[in-house]
Ligand binder design. Structure first.
Ligand SMILES: [Zn+2]
Ligand SMILES: [Zn+2]
Length: 69
């Protein structure tokens, strides 16, 4: 495998609901760390960092952990 990406860079192709913060076309908000995110489940995003900066995990609609499955 070639490694054209510099260290620390995340290949876009690997982004999914676990790391991507803006998914779909929902309105986005800005977290305390400055990242844009559009999870509908974030509470007070201005006071908490996103999941990529030691914040709580972003929960994507359709993947709510409490729904099981
Ligand atoms: Zn962040
Ligand atoms: Zn958020």
């Amino acid at each position: 495998m070639t490694s054209a990406l510099s260290k620390g860079e995340t290949p876009v192709i690997q982004l999914d609901y676990k790391t991507a913060l803006v998914i779909g076309s929902r309105p986005s908000h800005t977290h305390a760390c400055g990242c844009q995110c559009n999870s509908p489940y974030c509470e007070e995003p201005l006071n908490i960092p996103c999941q990529n900066h030691s914040g709580p995990p972003r929960i994507q609609v359709g993947y709510e952990p409490w729904k099981g499955r």
